[in-house]
Design a protein around this ligand. Sequence first.
Ligand SMILES: Cc1cc2nc3c(=O)[nH]c(=O)nc-3n(C[C@H](O)[C@H](O)[C@H](O)COP(=O)(O)OP(=O)(O)OC[C@H]3O[C@@H](n4cnc5c(N)ncnc54)[C@H](O)[C@@H]3O)c2cc1C
Length: 461
Amino acid sequence: MPHQISAADLAALRSELGGPLFERGDDGYQAEIDGFNSLSPMAPDLVVGATSEADVQAAVRFAAAHGLEVVVQATGHGSYRGVDGGLLIRTHRLDSIVVDPSAPTVTIGAGARWMDILPALGEHGLAAVTGSSPSVGAVGLVLGGGVGPLSRTLGWAADRAVAFRVVIGDGSVVVASAESEPELFWALKGGKVGLGVVTELTLDVLALPEIYGGGLFFEQEHIDEVHRAWLDWAKTLPESANTSIAILRLPPEGVPEPLLGRTVAHVRFAYVEEGADAERLGTRGAELLAPMRAVAPVYLDGVGVMPTVECGTIHAEPFGPLPIWERGEFLDEIDADYVERILEQAGGSAESPFATVETRLLGGAIARDTVLPNAIGGRGAAYSLLVIAAVVPGLNDEALPVAGPALFDAVAQYSHDEINYNWAGHPSPAVFARLWPAETAAKLAEVRRRYDPAGTFGFGN
Ligand SMILES: Cc1cc2nc3c(=O)[nH]c(=O)nc-3n(C[C@H](O)[C@H](O)[C@H](O)COP(=O)(O)OP(=O)(O)OC[C@H]3O[C@@H](n4cnc5c(N)ncnc54)[C@H](O)[C@@H]3O)c2cc1C
């Protein structure tokens, strides 16, 4: 504990809080900081388990008064940098979800996850733009922009942000929307860090009860031909179609029986058409996907008309906690040579330590700017690349530090100027410099200075 914080200071903070306060070493401290990535070195001096906006305010004021850096964690899906000292605010108890079907909007607390938000919307035939994994927190995803399995058609999650309630550096609460604090509103849509603690977020949602979506699995011997065919096919798709391809090396437990221990290609697909009925979705979606179904024998076919609330199953990502190594990149146009480079590192006959090597088609509504300006970085990229490994000592922990950089070096020539924050892990200074165009980065720095002049909110630069 920093020496300037006395027992009396802590007692005063504790008396202000509705939720728990933990010091390093307290019973319950470890359980409070555990999140999705069990490899993150988390060692804050203090942890506040916020149960209300007032708790967040008290925590921020205390941190500012004692020179502690504030870090926020909902689920730990983005806790790559780890935490050493400072004050961690856990928001997972702030999990309110209020749907207004007449607007239609959803207003969520800082800790709400897509896996709870989507079913609440589904009851009204509504849907939101989500990320690929339903266990991710909605606020964390939106702050980075948020590209998901329906985004080529529907845009970024942050494009649909209506208003944020935010505790800023002096502990006061502001509402950021198009009408109120517009520059903070602009910054919160993509600026991600150093802007305060969001306690509540309102998102526009849309009537979309069903989509045509899911995944095709192909066995190891077909991975290379499927990946080559995917490249050509993806380039032909209209923006109503969303797709990615992942080479998956699946574990011997914790996945459905037919996939246990297998290496497969997984073609993820979603066809989205607002107002279309199930018949139209099924016909048009199947038509678009037909060339991929014909490339090689499909081992498992999980694509069909589905309630949109189930769109989190398209990528079929694990819920954790897991010891995750992860690195991403945003790419310009890719070609056959890109695919060969990926296959050489991770294809059907490669010795690869990676659980997932995913190339995702971007473009469409992802590339279009919106009426309301925003700070989303990476809009203009054509594809994304995401590589994930579950680190297993004795199996891949020694290979990863070599194989990871080798894969990214092999495709470095395809890198887009910008990389979106949600793909950047814990950005090094070089990567941080690529998160936004220079003008946006400068404006973000100005907004951060205005709302957090003392720099209480760390942002990992
Ligand atoms: C399996 C997996 C799949 C993913 N898929 C996608 C995807 O498809 N699309 C995509 O865009 N991203 C994706 N991501 C990245 C993810 O969106 C980011 O890591 C996001 O930050 C996670 O938010 P979280 O709250 O769940 O995580 P946390 O680790 O709890 O938070 C991450 C960061 O978000 C910020 N943050 C969270 N809550 C608040 C708050 N209330 N106020 C202020 N700042 C806050 C903080 O900077 C915090 O450090 C994925 C990540 C994983 C691990």
